[in-house]
Design a protein around this ligand. Structure first.
Ligand SMILES: [Zn+2]
Length: 280
């Protein structure tokens, strides 16, 4: 059901998404613009480590909790950005691999196996409605040291939704991630790359950073394993964030492609790393 819905939405929104979300030309300096520099400094001080996080008061802006467990502790609010992060420059020959829309029991385990074989960590931007059904995979991601990011609950085009719906999409998903991984997500990626001011503000409220991508493999069009491999290898450069998918349709090409381009990147001297939180 979920996969079919994702596919249908993806087809329906393809044209709109291309117009909305692919302007990947913003300069890094714009990415680091903040509304209030003093707040970002404070964020730097409190975001470090579980002890600091545990001292934060429970959020007053949550929806009703999913369970009656102990009070949750959100990461500190982050500064509101005006653009998502689209690359991770300045860290040497480092690249970031990201996998969206899962977890999916058919494809995610294969991705995890390959990453594990090479001792590499990646970011999985999960959808809440998938994650809530596959918490075992969330746990596996966390146990392997991967970062689990928030990709909304139902993968909607957020720019068409009222603020209350956007908030619910983000909050519910953060809660499921925290339940499954033991830690609330630090990163958010908008479906279809569709951002607006409301999304940026809510992402900051929930303690996440908005992140997009540098290199889109367009693997969801199933262009063939070799094409996906070529797109990653051709686009390889320091700071590049690669977008792939481990759910939302037949992702067997994405699984196979990773087995080819990952050793290639490592042989070329790239380090595959998790994104670093950047505060100005
Ligand atoms: Zn997606």
């Amino acid at each position: 059901m979920t996969k079919d819905r994702l596919i249908t939405r993806r087809k329906a929104l393809l044209i709109g998404a291309a117009a909305l979300g692919t302007a990947a030309t913003a300069g890094t300096e714009r990415l680091l613009t903040v509304d209030d520099p003093t707040r970002s400094v404070r964020s730097t001080a409190v975001i470090q480590g579980p002890q600091a996080r545990a001292s934060l008061r429970a959020s007053a802006f949550r929806l009703q909790p999913l369970t009656d467990g102990p009070a949750r502790h959100l990461p500190a609010r982050t500064a509101v950005r005006h653009e998502p992060i689209r690359s991770m420059p300045g860290r040497g020959r480092t690249m970031v691999l990201t996998f969206d829309d899962g977890p999916d029991p058919t494809y995610t385990p294969g991705i995890l196996r390959t990453l594990r074989a090479y001792g590499v960590r990646a970011v999985f931007f999960v959808c809440g409605e998938m994650a809530v059904q596959h918490k075992d995979l969330l746990r596996e991601m966390a146990d392997d040291g991967h970062s689990v990011g928030n990709h909304t609950w139902t993968h909607p085009l957020l720019t068409t939704l009222p603020r209350s719906r956007i908030r619910a999409e983000l909050e519910r998903t953060s809660e499921v991630i925290e339940d499954g991984c033991g830690e609330a997500p630090l990163w958010f990626r908008a479906p279809y790359g569709a951002w607006n001011r409301t999304v940026f503000r809510l992402v900051a409220e929930l303690g996440m950073e908005p992140i997009a991508w540098t290199r889109d493999t367009r693997d969801w069009t199933a262009p063939g394993t070799r094409t996906i491999v070529h797109r990653v290898e051709e686009g390889a450069a320091p700071g590049v964030i690669v977008l792939s998918h481990d759910a939302g349709g037949d992702r067997s090409q994405s699984v196979r492609a990773l087995r080819a381009y990952l050793p290639y990147l490592l042989d070329r001297g790239y380090q595959i790393a998790l994104p670093a939180r950047q505060f100005t």
